[in-house]
Design a protein around this ligand. Sequence first.
Ligand SMILES: C[S@@+](CC[C@H](N)C(=O)[O-])C[C@H]1O[C@@H](n2cnc3c(N)ncnc32)[C@H](O)[C@@H]1O
Length: 288
Amino acid sequence: MEGINQADLFSTIFKFQKTLDTIPDSLSDLLASYSGIPKDDQLNHIINVRDGAYDVYPYPCLGGFLFLKFNLSSHPSYQDHVLTPLRQKSPEDTDEPLFLDLGTCFGQDLRKLVYDGAPEERVWASDIDPEFIKLGFKLFNDAEKFPKDHFLCPGDLLSKTSEDRLGVLDDKVTIIHASHVFHLFGLEEQKIAIDRCLRLLKKDTGKPVLVIGIQGGCTIPTAALHTCTPKYIHNEQSWQELWHEVRESDVWRDRIRMLEVKSELQKLGVEPGTELAWQIFEVWVAFT
Ligand SMILES: C[S@@+](CC[C@H](N)C(=O)[O-])C[C@H]1O[C@@H](n2cnc3c(N)ncnc32)[C@H](O)[C@@H]1O
């Protein structure tokens, strides 16, 4: 594998699979009990929806069925820092905490969160492409029960203004989830996306707010040469430096009191000699 660009390797490893052997139990249980889709019908149903989405855009996470795993509930901080606070009633009956899934695609992590007991009124999602949201309602068979207006679409993470639907949550969100999203962008775009997250976060909570997720990573930070996804993958240090660089910009320098960027690389170990990993991250921000 020496000499092959590591970021380009992702799409080789997670290439299009026509079908799948098993559906993870967590998804299968949710499809059966929440969506009312019998276990025997689930395989065809998933493949049918996935094929439609892959025609919209051939993301490796669609081609390689990565979306079957709930990224959010698999995150080590899910119970303590996402689910538990969302399930607790806030004493002043405010709308805090408020959760937003950025680049939600089918909205699988949002459905799982509600299935696990988070109140619907506190969970939101957004995406740039309405087709994925529509296909999410098809996948989960819940157009009649899940609030459509909690999907803010189009919401462009790379917009420097707040003119799209995402703008309604500016200064309101206390927990942002963004899995397989930042690596879609090159370094300069990632800074814009970080700035967009900071604008969405609630500033006057008196305590740190959170951005969490998982993305492609690598022991050596790498930009892709040929493929469009992922475009740039980080190690722990480069990811941390990127956030601090945005923090030091004129807009945020005096407005951020604390920034803690934690991440861990879990090596994929799929091909000998590759340095590819999943980067699991947690970013805590406190504003002045
Ligand atoms: C690879 S999918 C990841 C979906 C999901 N978060 C997951 O973990 O399975 C990336 C998603 O980001 C969305 N996306 C791409 N560019 C975007 C942008 N500029 N702003 C917001 N969402 C974007 C895509 O439409 C797609 O649904």
